[in-house]
Design a protein around this ligand. Structure first.
Ligand code: 13P
Ligand code: SF4
Length: 377
């Protein structure tokens, strides 16, 4: 996957010969701890280090703030730091750049840290979809709404057409916002989050259609498109789609009384069987608020689940993964201690590597869509 080079909104990284990444990658992870801490201390308040909950332990322990996509975008917006080092994935760093102050610079320690779900919707495909809806006279009554996990170009597309962005923590409010303005939502790119949220607010499955970007007219008929209230893009998260309803049945049979809590990127059938759904931040809060002795099976990325298991064991709560084979987000995993040390030590030397910079024309409308999300809350 080469997200950045294919992304028209990205700017190629500056290279240098002194602090070459290869020199760092040749060294074992644990040798980076002191270097990261030292560089971090030298950078002081000029730098804000953000860590998404799926980051590995060796990286997230250096974060000034941790959170889900929504919380991290808020923290980035409110920060005066000159540099934001984003230990997360590409679309998160792009969003921080869009929402950031003039002069602020956002760094993604490894440019290959993308999101396979975000890759499932390209701007040209979204434009083709919109044109097809336009030909059927449906765009006036359709509000485009994109999940945060999408390119800046798609966010801009939604902003320019009266739509907005959402994350898993405010999807319901964003759907309500959109339905107050149109009869239909085009939801990009995660069909599962779209279906789960739509169903939660009372839209029956029979009123949802799936747009296949590779199919003729999205694989839909004029009638199915016209009748739909939610048009779901055919995208998914490979990590969360691995959880199955049978996993829920298995943990319930093995551990009577267990609470099953899952991320809304999981399949509809899994979410229907779960006790609660939530963003990464909310899943943690659900366990935090539970009484001692409660046991949880959590359906999300394995680094986060393992960290929850250790943290909440001290409070007498047991946390296990919903699926024993574990679900790893390989792109989040790309941010290694070596990449972090490399980015920070270059900063100390006054060099900005791996800057994520969204082009001005894209930024304008993408910001409109993101600002609407922040207003929705
Ligand atoms: P959150 O916003 O819940 O952290 O989710 C981001 C994500 O990519 C989950 O796969
Ligand atoms: Fe993307 Fe899935 Fe990884 Fe989240 S867990 S960043 S949706 S690939």
């Amino acid at each position: 996957m080469n997200l950045v080079l294919d992304d028209p909104t990205a700017v190629l990284p500056e290279t240098d010969s002194v602090c070459s990444l290869e020199n760092y990658l040749a060294l074992p992870d644990h040798t980076m701890d002191e270097r990261i801490a030292e560089a971090r201390a030298k950078l002081g308040a000029t730098t804000l280090l953000l860590g998404h909950h799926y980051q590995r332990d060796e990286v997230i322990r250096f974060a000034d703030a941790t959170g889900d996509s929504y919380k991290l975008s808020r923290v980035a917006t409110e920060s005066d730091a000159k540099y934001i080092v984003f230990c997360g994935v590409h679309f998160m760093a792009e969003s921080a750049d869009i929402l950031g102050h003039p002069g602020q610079q956002v760094i993604l320690p490894d440019l290959n840290a993308g999101c396979s779900m975000a890759d499932m919707a390209e701007i040209s495909q979204v434009e083709a979809c919109w044109e097809a809806l336009e030909a059927l006279g449906l765009t006036d009554e359709t509000v485009p709404l994109t999940y945060m996990n999408s390119t800046a170009a798609i966010k801009a597309f939604c902003g320019e057409r009266g739509g907005l962005v959402c994350t898993s923590s405010n999807a319901r409010a964003a759907f309500e916002w959109a339905f107050a303005r149109g009869k239909r939502i085009l939801f990009l790119p995660d069909q599962h989050l779209g279906r789960n949220t739509g169903y939660e607010i009372g839209i029956p499955l029979s009123k949802m259609a799936v747009w296949d970007p590779w199919g003729l007219q999205g694989g839909q008929t004029r009638q199915s498109l016209t009748q739909s209230r939610i048009l779901l893009w055919k995208g998914h998260c490979a990590v969360h789609q691995r959880f199955l309803p049978s996993h829920v049945d298995a943990v319930r049979a093995k551990y009577p009384g267990i609470q099953v809590i899952v991320h809304p990127e999981c399949r509809f059938e899994v979410c229907q069987k779960a006790d609660a759904l939530g963003s990464t931040e909310r899943l943690i809060a659900l366990v935090e608020q539970a009484p001692a002795g409660q046991m949880f099976a959590v359906g999300t990325e394995i680094h986060m689940v393992n960290r929850m298991a250790r943290r909440f064991a001290e409070q007498g709560k047991k946390v296990i993964t919903l699926d024993d084979t574990g679900c790893l987000c390989t792109t989040m995993y790309r941010i290694s201690p070596a990449h972090l040390a490399w980015a920070l030590e270059n900063l100390v030397e006054g060099r900005v590597v791996n800057r994520i910079q969204v082009r001005t024309n894209v930024k304008r409308w993408a910001k409109v869509a993101l600002d609407r999300m922040l207003e929705v809350g």
